[in-house]
Design a protein around this ligand. Structure first.
Ligand code: FES
Ligand code: FES
Length: 167
C-alpha cells in the first residue's frame, strides 16, 4: 500500500459530522475531506445534486450552506460541521422550480438543480437587502452556473418570473 497505514488521527480517518440537512438533523461518518457532493449523493442518497466538472467551475453541484450557494464538489464535509445544508430535495424553492418549468428554463437538466439553488440564494439575498432584481443582476448572480443547452435567456426569464418581475 502506497504511503503505509495512515497514522491515528490522520485526516483520512473517518469521523462523525452533524449538520442540518433540508431541515432535519443529520449525522454521517466520513473522511473529513470527503466531498459534500459525495456525502449527499452516495451516503445520503440525495442524487438531485449533480456533478458536472468536479472542479468548482460549473455550478452543477450547488447547494446552500447557511444560506449561501456553494459548490459542493469542492467543500469537504468537515467544513459543514454544525451547519445548515439545503439541497434541491429540500423545501423552500418550489416557486423557483415551477418558474423554470413554466418558462422552459431546463433542457437536459444537468445544470438545473444547481441553477435553482443558486437562484434561491440570489433571490433570498436580494429580498433581504431590498435590492432590485433585473436581467443584468440575474445574469451576474448566476455567472458561476454554466448551461450548455438553453442559451441562458429562458433561465433568466425563469428567475425573473420567480422574482415576480416583468422581464
Ligand atoms: Fe461542482 Fe462543477 S461539479 S462546480
Ligand atoms: Fe442542459 Fe443546462 S439544461 S446544461
Amino acid at each position: 500500500m502506497v504511503g503505509g497505514t495512515p497514522k491515528r488521527g490522520a485526516v483520512s480517518d473517518n469521523a462523525e459530522f452533524r449538520f442540518t440537512l433540508n431541515g432535519r438533523e443529520c449525522t454521517v461518518t466520513a473522511s473529513p475531506l470527503a466531498r459534500l457532493l459525495d456525502v449527499l449523493r452516495d451516503q445520503l442518497g440525495l442524487t438531485g445534486t449533480k456533478e458536472g466538472c468536479g472542479e468548482g467551475e460549473c455550478g452543477a453541484c450547488t447547494v446552500l450552506v447557511d444560506g449561501e450557494a456553494v459548490n459542493s464538489c469542492i467543500v469537504p464535509v468537515c467544513q459543514i460541521q454544525g451547519g445548515d445544508v439545503v439541497a434541491i430535495e429540500g423545501a423552500g424553492h418550489e416557486a423557483i422550480q415551477r418558474a423554470f418549468l413554466e418558462e422552459g428554463g431546463a433542457q437536459c437538466g444537468i445544470c438545473t438543480p444547481g441553477m435553482i439553488m443558486a437562484t434561491r440564494a440570489y433571490l433570498d439575498g436580494a429580498h433581504r437587502a431590498g435590492a432590485e432584481v433585473d436581467a443584468t443582476a440575474i445574469r451576474t448572480a448566476l455567472a458561476g452556473n454554466l448551461c450548455r443547452c438553453t442559451g441562458y435567456q429562458k433561465i433568466v426569464a425563469a428567475v425573473a418570473s420567480a422574482a415576480g418581475i416583468a422581464r
